[in-house]
Each structure stands twice: as structure tokens, then as C-alpha cells.
Design a protein around this ligand. Structure first.
Ligand code: FCA
Length: 327
């Protein structure tokens, strides 16, 4: 049976009408792996600001494992959503997430953690916004080196706690960026101790770092790096646990959300010296807006956007946050 001209035209008109869906008909999911982490709450906050501004609905979903991710995507499909932004609990879920999205006719974009295919390569067809992990790690390393010099420590006798989470590529790049600057600046590679965390939270980092500090009771001065503020806070708590004074510890995290701010607000200094502040506004507002634009106007987002970070300490974090528009 041949299609009549009218039928084709009617079909095209319907597609156009669908393409230009009214804002109030657009529903977007924002799935995050660790809803209790302040960074992700900030991302939601800024994503909601985009929803309010543009008039679409944003559904916040926490999904800590693969099963919850699958259920969340099916649920979004059943609710009539058109797309979602996700920070996955495991980058290896990549092919499964892409397939589930397609089965539910949902557009998908990733934020923070990039999906991997079965060969361990990034899935480049899915638009992604992440941080410039290596560069931000280098900023961490430089901040530590500068502070070691300022405090007049003998670099040869300082220990570094490297809180690692190697199943996440951005985590590997962040800590490698930091330790590369330490080493280039004369920090002995043999004094960099790996502390693999089982999960990306403070408690897991505390457990991992405690093993390291206990194994080296001779070391007086410590520095600490990790993929985020929570990791470095865990390492700082570990040094406190064995009675190392705050003045002997330089931890620099990545994030700059509430976990770091609460630490800076403490009445006395802790070993948590600074953080590289990244932008939950860009990661929340922009990803949600880009997804909206894709659904409502057919404008596909850039395939890869990497955002920058800025070092801040207790002394200037409020100003840096203000300058970044994330107060
Ligand atoms: C990862 C980390 C988060 C945050 C984000 C930008 O998802 O787990 O803490 O640093 O990247």
C-alpha cells in the first residue's frame, strides 16, 4: 500500500508538533549515584533552577547500583519522560544504560562519570560533561607543593596518602595529576602511599587511609589527595585518629561543596587545607538545559564538555565561590 501525499504531510506535521513540544510537556530525569553527597545535591539544585526557568519538569532520582539505574530508566519511560542526565554508580553499566534508554525512547547524557563500553573505552556517542580531571589534579598537586614550601617542610620526609578509586577513570586521572606534580617537584615517589577506598565516601577513605598512617608511624608530615573532598576528608580524619597535629597535614580536595565548606567553617584549622572548587552550576544547570534543548528544539548537545576548577583555601573560598556564581 502506497502512502498518500496527504498522509506523509500529516505525518511530517505531527513530527514537527512533537519536536516543538511545549515546555510543560517536557520531563527530564536527573539520576545520581550518591544522592547524600553535597556535590550531587548541588547539581540537582542547579538542574531544578533550569527547569524552573525553562518550564520543564525535572525528576530527581538517586540510584546507587545497577538495578536501581535500570528501574529508574524504566520508571522515567513509564512516566512519559523524554530524556535523562545520569552520573552512573558504575561506568561499566554503559552499554546497559544506553540500551535501556533506547528501549524506553529516552535521550541520554552523562555528567561527571563517563560511560564505558565493554572494551573499557568511553562511549563517545553519549554526550558528556565532566571535569578536566588531569588538570584539576595538577592544581591539587601544585597547591600542596606550594604549601609544603611555605611551611618549610623537608620534602624528602613527607608522606602522601593517595586515596584511590581505580574503577573510575576520572578518579585515576585526578590523583595521577596530583601525584605527577608532587613527583616533578621533588617529592619522593616511594613516599606516596596508595590507599584504595572501597566506596567513594569519607568513611571508606578514612578506613583506607588509616591503614596507611598506621603502617608509617615514623612519618611526621602528611599530605593527602583523592578524587573528591570526601576522600581527602577521610585521609585527614585518619591523621587525626593517630594524633598527628593539623599543622602537620596538608589535604587538598576536589569539589568545594558543603563537605569542604563545613570543614573551613570549623573554629580551628584542620589538615584539610584547601579544595579545587568545581562548578555544580555548570554540571547541573547546563546539562539539564542542554537536554531540554535537545528534546524541545532538536539541538543535540556537544559530545564532550570538560569544565575547569579553581583552588581555594579556608581564607578565600567564599570569594572563589562567589566568582564562580555558586554561592
Ligand atoms: C565524581 C565524584 C564526585 C564529583 C564528580 C564531579 O562523580 O564521585 O564526588 O567529584 O565526579
Amino acid at each position: 500500500m502506497a502512502f498518500t501525499k496527504q498522509a506523509i504531510l500529516a505525518g511530517a506535521a505531527m513530527l514537527l508538533a512533537l519536536g516543538a513540544a511545549a515546555a510543560q510537556d517536557v520531563k527530564i530525569g536527573f539520576i545520581v549515584k550518591q544522592p547524600e553527597e553535597p556535590w550531587f545535591q548541588d547539581e540537582w539544585k542547579f538542574a531544578q533552577a533550569a527547569a524552573k526557568e525553562k518550564g520543564f519538569t525535572l525528576v530527581e532520582i538517586g540510584a546507587e547500583d545497577g538495578e536501581k539505574v535500570q528501574a529508574a530508566i524504566d520508571n522515567l519511560g513509564a512516566q512519559g519522560a523524554q530524556g535523562f542526565v545520569i552520573c552512573t554508580p558504575d561506568v561499566k553499566l554503559g552499554p546497559g544504560i544506553v540500551a535501556k534508554a533506547a528501549a524506553n525512547d529516552l535521550k541520554v547524557m552523562t555528567v561527571d562519570d563517563r560511560l564505558m563500553d565493554n572494551a573499557g573505552q568511553p562511549i563517545e556517542t553519549v554526550p558528556h560533561m565532566g571535569i578536566s580531571a588531569t588538570k584539576i589534579g595538577e592544581t591539587v598537586g601544585q597547591g600542596i607543593v606550594d604549601e609544603i614550601k611555605k611551611r618549610g617542610w623537608d620534602m624528602a620526609k613527607v608522606g602522601a596518602i593517595k586515596v584511590s578509586y581505580d574503577q573510575l577513570p576520572t578518579a585515576v586521572d585526578r590523583v595521577a595529576g596530583a601525584t605527577s606534580v608532587l613527583e616533578k617537584s621533588g617529592f619522593p615517589a616511594a613516599n606516596i602511599f596508595n590507599a584504595p577506598q572501597a566506596k567513594t565516601d569519607t568513611e571508606a577513605a578514612l578506613n583506607a587511609a588509616t591503614t596507611v598512617v598506621n603502617a608509617h608511624p615514623d612519618i611526621q608530615h602528611w599530605v593527602a589527595v583523592g578524587l573528591n573532598d570526601e576522600a581527602v576528608l577521610g585521609a585527614v580524619r585518619a591523621t587525626e585518629g593517630v594524633g598527628i597535629p593539623a599543622a602537620n597535614v596538608i589535604g587538598v580536595g576536589i569539589g568545594g561543596a558543603e563537605s569542604a565548606i563545613n570543614e573551613f567553617k570549623k573554629p580551628t584549622d584542620t589538615g584539610f587545607f584547601g579544595t579545587v572548587i568545581i562548578s555544580p552550576k555548570r554540571h547541573g544547570y547546563e546539562t539539564a538545559s542542554n537536554m531540554y534543548d535537545w528534546i524541545a528544539n532538536g539541538r543535540e548537545p556537544d559530545k564532550l564538555i570538560l569544565t575547569s576548577g579553581e583552588l581555594a583555601t579556608r581564607a578565600d573560598y567564599a570569594k572563589v565561590r562567589k566568582d564562580l556564581g555558586i554561592e
